[in-house]
Design a protein around this ligand. Structure first.
Ligand code: PXG
Length: 440
């Protein structure tokens, strides 16, 4: 059966209004560089670089070639008890790029799996050190850490949690989010006010006893909730409180790793080093699903005790370190190096910031936020119809301007390619202005 004749109803789409979507589907059939194509040959500019994934553009020749070669050479091998050469090589490359002291890498297949793995490693680490009473996990309101039970529980996106509220994992608490429109609206880069919001972690230490807390997980720049860069001094304060109480600090860098902030990791750009980093997306440029958890030596070493013939961490996935994914990862890291991608991203930042902030005086806009190549334009919701304005913008951009823009409710989110062409970026924002001017 040709794809045109397929019954779209069979496909239950993730994080999508299925009925609304299926009434007029937006189906991509091809991609090259900075553009998608649809079945009728329409080219669309991708202003979200996949889903924060594909900073190098789509179907990069070198990554495609590496995947094709690998799949014909070693398609798969057991991931437990034996391994493959590409996984070993990639782990070594990843830790070489990671902040100093984070020297071990565990592979997963997604951001959600990276987060749940990191939480389990944090709990296991304390237990191995004889501090098994440290069981509490702390997340942050509006945080997004994927959709598995651990990540959903430490996450703070309300609609993702409400249906499962009785089944969230126990022993989790949240610090407050950092958005403060009153003081920080239209900040360029890191907002000036709000370092003190990190003291909310001290409040939870006072409440539970810091010695009962295993780990704190935050996105260094919150992405999914609509791009909330940390206030100046905020992450430093979190680090201090964690150190004072022996709590592990986990940075969920599923979005911010691999160049999105112009540096290998967000930790590099922000000058604060966590104990564990979770990553995915840009690790393979989105070409093959893969995630990674990068940990401090002391964490790995804590597990490497007891009889050497025993498994130290009872955790792993059939596809951990999959050779084809690892080959995609190796090629992606090569291209980042060869093309100077992170420097390209850093050089684009100012122009991106100026384009975003040119919307500051638009009648629908209540805030503009940006850091690195992450940006958001927050619009006021329509009376009685939250999300309608954002949804209409997404659809109009797609159908009338051949532009893919992501909205979370009424906030437009932007994840330009790390190697964007400034003219194309300008044209894309000109198209967004036409759309915003045309809607109520
Ligand atoms: N952590 C963070 C910080 C993420 O951004 C995940 C974990 C989960 O990754 P997986 O691979 O399991 O989806 C993510 C994923 C958005 C958006 O609109 C972002 C994500 C997912 C869906 C939507 O910004 N990021």
């Amino acid at each position: 059966m040709s794809s045109a004749a397929s019954n779209i109803d069979a496909y239950w789409m993730p994080f999508t209004a299925n009925r609304d979507f299926k009434a007029k589907p937006r189906v991509i059939t091809g991609a090259s560089g900075h553009y998608y194509t649809t079945a009728d040959g329409t080219k669309l500019y991708d202003l979200f670089s996949g889903l924060w994934t594909s900073g190098l553009g789509h179907c990069h020749r070198k990554i495609v070639a590496a995947v094709q070669k690998q799949v014909a050479e070693l398609d798969y091998c057991m991931s437990f008890q034996v391994t493959n050469n590409k996984a070993i090589e990639l782990a070594d490359r990843v830790v070489a790029m990671a902040p100093e002291g984070l020297d071990h890498c565990f592979f997963t297949n997604s951001g959600s799996e990276s987060v749940d793995t990191a939480l389990k490693i944090a709990l296991g680490y304390h237990r191995a050190r004889g501090e098994g009473h440290r069981t509490r996990l702390i997340g942050r309101e509006r945080g997004y850490h994927g959709v598995n039970f651990g990540g959903m529980s430490v996450g703070g996106i309300v609609p993702n949690r409400v249906a499962f509220s009785a089944n969230l994992i126990p022993g989790v608490d949240h610090i407050g989010h950092t958005q403060d429109l009153g003081r920080n609206a239209f900040s360029r880069g890191l907002p000036e006010h709000g370092a003190e919001l990190a003291n909310d972690l001290q409040r939870l230490c006072d409440l539970h006893g810091g010695s009962n807390i295993a780990a704190v997980i935050v996105e260094p720049v919150a992405g999914s909730t609509g791009v909330l860069p940390p206030p100046v001094g905020y992450l430093e304060r979190l680090r201090e409180i964690c150190d004072a109480h022996g709590i592990l600090l986990i940075f969920d860098e599923v979005i911010t790793a691999f160049g999105r902030l112009g540096t290998p990791f967000g930790a590099d750009r922000l000058g604060v080093t966590p104990d564990i980093i979770t990553a995915a997306k840009g690790l393979t440029n989105g070409v093959i699903p893969m995630g990674a958890v990068i940990v401090r030596d002391s964490i790995y070493d804590a597990f490497m005790q007891g009889p050497a013939n025993m498994i130290e961490l009872f955790h792993g996935y059939t596809y951990s370190g999959h050779p084809v994914a690892a080959a995609a990862g190796l090629a992606t890291l090569d291209v980042y190096d060869e093309e100077g991608t992170f420097e390209q991203a850093a050089a684009l930042e100012q122009h991106f910031e100026d384009l975003l902030h040119s919307f500051a005086d638009h009648k629908h806009v209540v805030d503009v936020r940006n850091f690195g190549l992450m940006g958001a334009i927050e619009m006021a919701p329509r009376d009685g119809a939250p999300g309608a304005r954002g949804g209409e913008t997404h659809k109009k951009c797609f159908w009338e301007e051949q532009l893919v823009v992501r909205n979370g409710m009424d906030t437009l989110q932007f994840s330009p390619f790390l190697n964007s062409n400034p003219d194309e970026m300008e044209q894309a924002f000109a198209a967004i202005r036409r759309v915003l001017d045309s809607i109520d």
